[in-house]
Write a protein that binds this ligand. Structure first.
Ligand SMILES: [Zn+2]
Length: 507
């Protein structure tokens, strides 16, 4: 059996679904490009029939990202299959992914169809898609709660109709590793033409077992895993890409398998997805969490200093974690800064470089040592994916326990006019947001707010990630500064600009 496991990334489909569709077209393309650099085999770019935005994103990614297979998801309906193909046909290697529920629970309560009708739909839609492209994936939704005999039958029929990958979803996150592994083994044993298709696993994390279930599937012969960056996805999320890839890499002795992923790109990808979706990564998250490689116990620290292997199973550099050692200071020049960025794998055009350098100089004035993590945060700050409708010019806030929090802000409006206002709030952030609202005047509600420091130390950069909601659509914002009130204001402006510019586009 083939010893390469294909990594099928569904961050832009299952993950984006959970983010409330908050990514814009450019951000989806940026993520897809980074996934290509990361070396995933398949990118599920969206569900074209679900919205015009998804259709456009799949079409754009299919045209621009040429290395991986680009996959479009569709229900088993003729019109949806046509729309999936219309979106993905420009890809170098297009794939159509059809899903259809097969469990009795879904058949009775949701689809109100019998098993024979479902079989016929699956067969017909796979055959229809096969006329467009040879690369067809089929997913019997809720497979882990489907009667095994029926599952074997439907898999056999879709493979006969032309499916080249059969994906086994644990849609509701119900499976337990040993059982899920047995399900995969049962498929290999009972589906006579299974050698004509790649078996895949798609696991959800409702019981915290998505990665364990995916690995159990791999152990039993699955050679594709569907996963997302940082494990984002519906409810408790999907299987996390970085955990699966690093488990296979770290325990090569046990799995004897490989993936095509360039692990040094993991951290950068994780940061990008977190920033753009507005989902922070928990500090104790395996592989990419802020504490994932931090040793607190004195005995552990002593061991790691003597020899990292004593307590470290993964070299942090192998997943691309930038060092938190001093790299540049106040006196570093533009050339040294540029060289250093190049070493870290960033290539900036002249204009972006000038802006980043100016921001670096400003930071170096406030903070005595600038580390790779600071620089990375600063670059994220400069990454312009949102057109500025309003520009944050100045902000001042006062707070404390003996008075009311007040804030004054100055914004530059779309016509270039300066607008000033001030407000009281329950705290300085609240006051800043209220003052901004008085100028921008677009109703919205704040649904998430998180602050974290990029490095240790009292002078560290504070990063704020927020999500706001207006008319049922959510928008994310990010801001970073050594002053967390300023970070909060930047994050809010970022989210507001995202909302305003998407309204300008659609309206
Ligand atoms: Zn899913």
């Amino acid at each position: 059996m083939n010893n390469k496991v294909n990594i099928f990334d569904t961050t832009l489909r299952d993950g984006e679904q959970a983010a409330g569709g908050s990514l814009n077209l450019q951000e989806k393309l940026d993520i897809a490009r980074q996934l290509e650099k990361l070396g995933v085999d398949i990118i599920e770019a969206g569900f074209p029939a679900s919205s015009p935005g998804d259709f456009e994103a799949v079409k754009l990614i299919a045209r621009e990202v040429r290395q991986p297979v680009i996959c479009a998801l569709t229900r088993a309906h003729p019109k949806d299959v046509e729309s999936a193909w219309a979106a993905v046909k420009g890809a170098e290697r297009p794939r159509i992914h059809i899903f259809l529920s097969t469990s009795d629970i879904h058949l009775i309560h949701q689809l109100k169809k019998n098993r024979d009708e479902i079989l016929a739909m699956a067969r017909e839609m796979v055959a229809k898609a096969k006329k467009y492209t040879s690369d067809i994936e089929f997913s019997p939704m809720d497979a882990s709660r489907t009667r095994p005999q029926y599952l074997y039958q439907i898999l056999e029929e879709v493979i006969t109709a032309g499916a080249t990958t059969v994906n086994i979803p644990d849609t509701v996150g119900y499976a337990i590793p040993e059982e899920f592994g047995r399900l995969i083994a049962g498929i290999f044993k009972n589906v006579p033409n299974i050698d004509k298709a790649v078996v895949s696993a798609h696991c959800h994390n409702d019981l915290g077992l998505a990665v364990a279930n995916s690995l159990a599937a791999v152990k039993n012969g699955a050679r594709q895993v569907e996963c997302t960056i940082n494990g984002i996805g519906e409810r408790a999320g999907n299987a996390s890409m970085e955990e699966i890839v690093m488990a296979i890499a770290t325990r090569k002795d046990l799995f004897n398998l490989t993936t095509g992923v360039d692990t040094r790109q993991i951290y950068k990808t994780s940061r990008m997805v977190s920033e753009l979706t507005g989902f922070p990564v928990q500090p104790n998250k395996a592989i990419v969490g802020a504490n994932a490689f931090r040793h607190e116990s004195g005995i552990h620290q002593d061991g790691v200093i003597k020899m990292p292997i004593t307590y470290e199973i993964i070299d942090p550099r192998s997943v691309g974690i930038p060092s938190s050692k001093l790299v540049l200071g106040k006196l570093s020049g533009r050339h040294a800064f540029k060289e250093h960025l190049a070493e870290q794998g960033y290539s900036l055009n002249e204009e972006d470089l000038n802006r980043a350098f100016a921001a670096f100089k400003e930071l170096a004035d406030k903070k005595k040592s600038v580390t790779d993590r600071d620089i990375e945060s600063l670059l994220a700050e400069e990454r312009r994916t949102v057109t500025e409708v309003y520009h944050l010019d100045r902000i001042q806030a006062t707070c404390g326990d003996c008075g009311m929090a007040t804030a004054a802000v100055r914004l530059i409006d779309p016509k270039g006019k300066a607008c000033e206002d001030a407000a009281l709030g329950t705290g300085p952030v609240d006051a800043v947001y209220k003052a901004i609202n008085r100028i921008v005047g677009v109703p919205n509600s704040l649904t998430e707010f998180s602050v974290k420091s990029v490095t240790e130390g009292i002078d560290a950069i504070g990063e704020v990630l927020i999500r706001i909601e207006a008319d049922g659509v959510s928008y994310t914002g990010r801001g970073a500064d050594t002053d967390i009130i300023v970070s909060s204001a930047k994050a809010y402006m970022n989210a507001l600009n995202r909302m305003l510019s998407s309204r300008l586009r659609t309206g």
